[in-house]
Design a protein around this ligand. Sequence first.
Ligand code: BES
Ligand code: MN
Ligand code: MN
Length: 458
Amino acid sequence: MSLETLLKESRERFEDELAEFLAIPSVSARSEHKDDMTRCAEWVSAKLGELGMKAEVLTTPGHPIVYGELMEAGPDAPTVLVYGHYDVQPVEPLDEWESPPFEATVRDGNLYARGTADDKGQIHIHMKALEAYREAKGTPPLNLKLLFEGEEEVGSVNLEDFVNDNVERLACDAAVISDTPMLAPDLPSVCVGLRGMVYMEVGLKGPRQDLHSGQYGGAVVNPANALARIIAQLKDDEGRISIPGFYDAVKELTAAEKKALSEIPVTEEKFAEEAGVSATGDGEAGVHWLERIWARPTLDVNGLLSGYTGEGAKTIIPATAMAKVSMRLVPDQDPKAVRAAFEDYVRSLAPDGVEMTVQIHADGMPWGADPEGPLFRAASAAIDAVFDREPLFIREGGSIPIVPMIEKVLDTPVLLLGFALPGCNLHSPNEWISLDLYHKGIDVMTRLYDEIAQEYAS
Ligand code: BES
Ligand code: MN
Ligand code: MN
């Protein structure tokens, strides 16, 4: 059977198997899902085994890593490392899901469930591409190393150790990752830039316990008020971040890069509509909206907690207040330097009468690539064959901390070729993937094997 026919005839079977994968609640942030994480890793590993790979579940101090190798093409053929993550984000708020988050449900040609786009559906694209290729054409003309982690959504700390400790084992000519969106269903995209990140938590402790706000208000410093004042001083009225030295290492876009960005065929109106907002005016005044997301650093409060938030009124001065604050970084900002600058600055803003704690949850380097050479030529050809057009080279505002590390430690070019869409509700209720793009993704990957083999042979 031709590969084309096989892909057509396998659609339902692939979708059913993906639904099985999505049914395992692999939420890495929650300790109650620890066993589900192991079960999910074992599920993936078993599937890789069925594809003829030498696959194993490797334990770490956190969640397991799944690693599989298929080295049948031999030492003269190129070796490609595929990375992805089988962990997903928590699903709350549950009542906003139109169908249960771990029951894959099709609506309007899209498959809904947590992890469809980020990243289980995209891992599955790689698994099924290999399966289809082997069934239709036999052993692919390249060696494959598949590396799937369970801690991407919580910072990839143990994977970083694993990569550092296994440089030879993971040695490759190219890395391919599907964990990003394309710009639109008819605009296949290769992502050539990701932002880095520093994720901090700031706690304030005031009185020993909550106090009557009439008896004490006016004398005792209120941690909620104090935290609000601190947060308000993190950015100025023009949307610039006020931390001293924060912009020192930021690389400005060149005029050519700015021009390319202004020609990207998506509109701010469509973007606002997908986000469900009436305006997109955050960030630095006078800077193009795409540049603000792709190429400028940001600071955002991700969570706030303090005082009485139940029904009705309760007059207190809360004992504590807490904020989770993340910063997205761009080349050439250094997470370590930004973290230190943030901590110094917020500490300088803490008033007497409260005690401050500052801790870090995650960090990662920003990343940028030059889309040139055999890997990107191969990607363009494979994409063109399926989408009938060349890919756009875009940046993204999100972060994948392991990408710059893989590039540097394994000394390999990285291709970010993903099949999600901007409105896919990553990290939100009702996450989905377009089934059309899921199947096109599988098709692209089977062609990428041949294209890479050809490019690297010549
Ligand atoms: N797949 C995303 C990264 C992403 C999202 C890239 C959107 C491009 C566009 C990844 O799973 C993710 O969510 N990463 C985290 C990293 C953090 C936990 C260190 C992120 O960006 O918040
Ligand atoms: Mn992801
Ligand atoms: Mn994610």
